[in-house]
Design a protein around this ligand. Structure first.
Ligand code: SAH
Length: 343
């Protein structure tokens, strides 16, 4: 397989191109073209001879659009991207009043095996490189006709970013740099099921994104029923790591809580959650389960309201996150799983 040029950061690209020709400036032109999603043939200011060598030996690393579904309800666009090696990953572009949020994948599939999540169904195909992650954003940007449509990025698609730590950190540094799409860390949210050692390592990277923690249980017992990671780390350890990230970065944490009927939506879980996050500077996002996996259904509107009320009585302010793209398999892994399942 040809090496993806998009996997190289600007310095690595410089080194790589110097192996081919003695030109100290070319890398900047090529890097810039790559960030725009240009094919080799579209790199008009690059000599034909070099273009031919690049074509023979490398792929740009860009992603193609395999499937695109536009929601009639809210304009959400669900994408399945085909990476340069044919692997499929998904992304979702959600239009909000304050700008477009793009939900991207960090792995093809996932190994975390959360019982309610469709991304877990087929296991992990492979980690995404930083280039594969950039490729998703470049593809969406290009699809919007060149105008930058991505204002905010949420790393909440398939995959566990901290199970793919080095590539995730490389991606974040690159997307934030002026040579690339220059998207501010404050416009990026990273969601993790709570790999505690990696959270602590990330705290030291000086990357102040919004860290979102998938808790989905007020106590360890509930969490262990639906999230295997809960057998490795107690909620208290996860919250302590979140606290350290906040102390270092000053970025308020988001606690994510998917309400699942009869599993984690009782008053005890609300009270335990309030206790577990006491003193943590955070917002709680309540999410209604997107149906996909057998045996799991969303809590009723009444139960959802009761859960939020119980939290509020325990001095926790929670918001209900809006469901987007329900008519285009908006939720994690659903569309990809359906497509892979067809093969
Ligand atoms: N692995 C990371 C990020 C990807 S999942 C994490 O666990 O946070 C992004 C979010 O979607 C997580 O909070 C995840 O638990 C949630 N999620 C997974 N399946 C869902 C479903 N069917 N309905 C609603 N949210 C779901």
């Amino acid at each position: 397989m040809k090496r993806s040029l998009l996997d190289l950061d600007i310095n690595e690209l410089k080194e790589e191109l110097l192996k081919i020709e003695n030109n100290k400036f070319r890398y900047k032109q090529v890097y810039s073209w790559l960030q725009k999603g240009a094919s080799f043939d579209e790199m008009t200011n690059i000599p034909k001879s070099l273009v031919e060598i690049l074509k023979d030996n490398y792929s740009t690393g860009h992603a193609g659009i395999h499937t695109k579904l536009v929601s009639e309800i809210d304009g959400t666009i669900k994408y399945i991207f085909e990476l340069h090696d044919g692997v499929l990953v998904e992304g979702v572009l959600m239009p909000y009043d304050y700008g477009n949020t793009f939900c991207m994948s960090t792995q093809a599939g996932c190994s975390m095996a959360c019982a309610f999540c469709s991304s877990a169904l087929d296991g992990k195909t492979r980690d995404l490189t930083d280039g594969d992650m950039l490729a998703q954003i470049i593809a969406v940007t290009k699809d919007a006709g060149g105008e930058r449509p991505v204002n905010n990025i949420v790393m909440m698609g398939s995959g566990e970013p901290f199970d793919n730590y080095e590539n995730t950190v490389r991606f974040l540094r690159r997307i934030n740099s002026e040579n690339s799409l220059n998207i501010g860390f404050r416009s990026i949210s990273l969601s993790t099921c709570g790999l505690v050692e990696k959270m602590d390592r990330f705290t030291e990277e000086n990357i102040p994104v919004t860290m979102c923690i998938s808790l989905h249980g007020g106590n360890d017992e509930t969490r262990q029923k639906i999230m295997p990671i809960a057998n490795k780390y107690a909620i208290a350890q996860t919250i302590d790591a979140a606290r350290r990230y906040f102390n270092k970065t000053g970025r308020r944490i988001i606690i994510e809580y998917v309400l699942i009927d009869g599993v984690n939506d009782d008053r005890k879980n609300a009270e335990d959650l309030a206790k577990a996050i006491k003193g943590l500077n955070c917002n709680v996002n309540i999410i209604r389960l997107n149906e996909g996996r057998e045996g799991f259904s969303p809590s009723s509107r009444n139960k959802t309201a009761e859960f939020i009320k119980a939290l509020s009585e325990n001095k926790v302010k929670a918001i209900l996150r809006r469901n987007m793209g329900s008519d285009v398999n908006g939720a994690c892994g659903q569309l990809r799983h359906n497509i892979i399942g067809e093969d």
